[in-house]
Design a protein around this ligand. Structure first.
Ligand SMILES: [Fe+2]
Ligand SMILES: [Fe+2]
Length: 131
């Protein structure tokens, strides 16, 4: 297990918490498949993760637009940076199927980013949009 659900700050919107919890489960599932070098499973879960992350980000962005949240451009910019990283690592994986690069992406980039991003952006966004 790479990340526990309680490692992520809870925010004031239950729907967002549910999205984050699902993402934690998916990340852990992918991490296990990588460690077990189960490439078929990694293929499937990488695809799932890239779809899941896009849905996660676009849902929050829709909430922000509906609520006319003032920090929308900054919050979205932080999503966009991670969208790019995810695309990059997924492309690389499809090209050379390097398990190591995905493992270090999860350990060093996605998980630390997720913790910080939720504390920095999602929490204040959730407070603004409410439950
Ligand atoms: Fe989020
Ligand atoms: Fe976010």
């Amino acid at each position: 297990m790479l990340i526990r659900p309680e490692d992520l700050q809870r925010v004031a919107n239950m729907f967002m918490n549910a999205i984050h919890e699902d993402e934690v489960n998916l990340i852990n599932e992918l991490y296990t498949a990588l460690k077990e070098k189960d490439l078929d499973k990694v293929d499937r879960l990488m695809e799932e993760l890239s779809i899941d992350i896009e849905e996660h980000f676009s849902t929050e962005e829709e909430f922000m637009r509906e609520a006319e949240f003032f920090a929308y451009p900054m919050h979205k910019a932080d999503h966009d940076r991670m969208r790019e990283e995810v695309n990059k690592v997924y492309k690389l994986y499809k090209r050379d199927r390097s398990i190591e690069s995905v493992i270090s992406f999860l350990e060093e980039k996605l998980v630390p980013w997720l913790k910080l991003h939720i504390a920095q952006w999602d929490s204040v966004t959730a407070m603004h949009i409410g439950d």
